[in-house]
Design a protein around this ligand. Structure first.
Ligand SMILES: [Zn+2]
Length: 255
C-alpha cells in the first residue's frame, strides 16, 4: 500500500501509551487531522526534530480504515520557525492563531486558504512582524474564512453607519450603535471608533496587505476582547492558548 504525502502544520501533540504520540495537525486538503505516530518517542530517524507544535512539516500518511486515526509513518521538518520561538509574545500570538486555524478549517472550500493564512502569519512572526498587530488582524481573517466573520459594516439593528458609542453584541456577532444598544442581545462589549475602523479596514483587505496594519495597544485589547468573547460564545468553551497569551503579553507590558 502506498502512503500519501501532505504538507502539515502541527497544532498539538500528546503522549499516547509508552511509546506513541498523538498529533493534531492542519493540512491544506483535509483541514484539521489527528494521527498517531507509532514509536515516535524512540524513532529519531522517522521523525527527526519534527514533532513540535507549530512546526511546518511534510507528513507521510498510511492508508487507514474509515473512522480510524491517521497513521503517520514519517515526518520531515520544513520550518521550525526558530526565531519566533525565542520571543514569548510572538510565540503566544502564534499559539492562538494555530489553535484558531484548526477550529476554522471546516468548510472544505476554505481549508487550503486557512492553511496558507496560518503558514503566512507564522512566517511573518518568524521574520519579526509585530504580534500586537498581526494577532488581531489574522484572527479576524481566520474567523471570516471559517464562516464566523463578525458583521462590522453597519449597525445590526438600524443598518445605519454607527456613530460612537459603539458596542459589539457577542451573541449576534456584530456592531450596534448607541441608541440601538438598549434593545440589543448582550453581553455587549464597548468598541471604540478607532478599533472599529481598524477592524473594518482589516476585513476588507487582501491577505498580503494585512501586515501593514498597526493596532495600538488599546485597539488591540478591545479587538482581542471581542474575538475572545465571541469565540467562547460560539465554541461553548474557551480556547486553551489564550491563557499563555495573557501571561506573556502582560509580563512584557508590566501590568
Ligand atoms: Zn443602530
Amino acid at each position: 500500500m502506498t502512503s500519501r504525502q501532505t504538507p502539515a502544520i502541527i497544532i498539538g501533540i500528546r503522549d499516547y501509551g509508552e511509546a506513541d504520540k498523538v498529533v493534531t495537525f492542519l493540512t491544506p486538503a483535509q483541514g484539521r487531522v489527528t494521527g498517531i505516530a507509532k514509536h515516535a518517542k524512540k524513532s529519531r530517524k522517522r521523525f527527526a526534530n519534527c514533532l513540535e507544535p507549530l512546526n511546518r512539516v511534510e507528513f507521510f500518511l498510511a492508508p487507514k480504515s474509515r473512522g480510524e486515526l491517521e497513521f503517520i509513518q514519517k515526518g520531515e521538518l520544513v520550518n521550525s520557525f526558530p526565531s519566533l520561538r525565542r520571543d514569548l509574545k510572538r510565540l503566544g500570538a502564534a499559539a492562538v492563531l494555530a489553535e484558531l486555524a484548526g477550529l476554522m478549517a471546516a468548510p472544505p472550500e476554505m481549508v487550503a486558504e486557512v492553511f496558507q493564512t496560518l503558514e503566512g502569519v507564522l512566517g511573518l512572526l518568524e521574520n519579526g512582524g509585530p504580534p500586537d498587530s498581526l494577532l488581531p488582524a489574522f484572527l479576524l481573517r481566520l474567523l471570516s474564512l471559517g464562516g464566523y466573520g463578525p458583521r462590522l459594516q453597519a449597525c445590526l439593528k438600524c443598518s445605519q453607519e454607527p456613530k460612537a458609542p459603539l458596542y459589539f453584541s457577542v451573541p449576534q456577532g456584530g456592531v450596534v450603535c448607541g441608541p440601538c444598544s438598549r434593545g440589543a442581545a448582550g453581553p455587549l462589549l464597548p468598541l471604540s471608533p478607532g478599533a472599529w475602523k481598524l477592524l473594518r479596514m482589516a476585513q476588507g483587505m487582501e491577505r498580503e496587505k494585512l501586515p501593514r496594519l498597526r493596532f495600538p495597544r488599546r485597539q488591540r485589547d478591545e479587538s482581542l476582547a471581542i474575538f475572545r468573547a465571541f469565540l467562547r460564545h460560539h465554541l461553548g468553551k474557551p480556547m486553551k492558548s489564550w491563557a499563555f497569551w495573557d501571561k506573556v503579553a502582560m509580563a512584557k507590558e508590566g501590568n
